[in-house]
Design a protein around this ligand. Structure first.
Ligand SMILES: Cc1cc2nc3c(=O)[nH]c(=O)nc-3n(C[C@H](O)[C@H](O)[C@H](O)COP(=O)(O)O)c2cc1C
Length: 147
């Protein structure tokens, strides 16, 4: 699957106190138009993993080609990921990152056990998008659109 080019996202959720959590993810896909459903796959070993099940909510932030450093930061466990990062909270108290291509706000409606990951299906509650270029990931490296 490393030969399958994808975008790059930061998926955010929160704990019971409203503290933000998030991780870099490219195992993200659209599932259904009616109702609007998307999926994310989260590693059970990720520090962020427990908060998806508890909060039942997440945001997919689609990164722009100027946000490689944010992708690297959110792919690193055990650090203060949100320190110095521009974001606001949506109605569900999940972080919406500044300067992204767009975001998709979801309510978790299903969870499927899948090996060392859990597939969460989210019903889309809100979306926003900007006309800027996305960050891409291909064969283990970051790429940009050439046209
Ligand atoms: C480009 C890229 C895509 C990734 N996609 C996923 C993914 O879809 N699901 C996942 O659980 N981890 C994915 N990861 C790995 C997590 O971002 C990484 O394990 C992160 O450190 C987890 O953070 P946490 O332990 O603080 O929750 C990806 C990493 C990169 C660099």
């Amino acid at each position: 699957m490393g030969h399958f080019a994808t975008g790059v996202t930061v998926i955010t959720t929160r704990d019971e106190q409203g503290n933000p959590y998030g991780l870099t993810a490219n195992a993200v896909a659209s599932v259904s138009l009616v109702p609007p459903l998307i999926l994310i796959c989260v590693d059970k070993k990720a520090d962020t993993y427990p908060y998806f099940d508890r909060s039942k909510t997440f945001v997919v932030n689609i990164l722009s080609d100027s946000q490689e450093a944010i992708s690297r930061r959110f792919a690193t466990s055990g650090i203060e990921k949100f320190e110095g990062i521009g974001y606001h909270k949506n109605e569900s108290s999940c972080a919406v990152l500044d300067d992204a291509v767009g975001h998709v706000d979801c309510r978790i409606v299903q969870a499927h056990d899948a090996g060392d990951h859990t597939i969460y299906i989210g019903e889309v509650e809100a979306v926003d998008a900007n006309d800027i270029s996305p960050l891409l990931f291909f064969r283990g490296g970051y790429r940009k659109l050439s046209s």
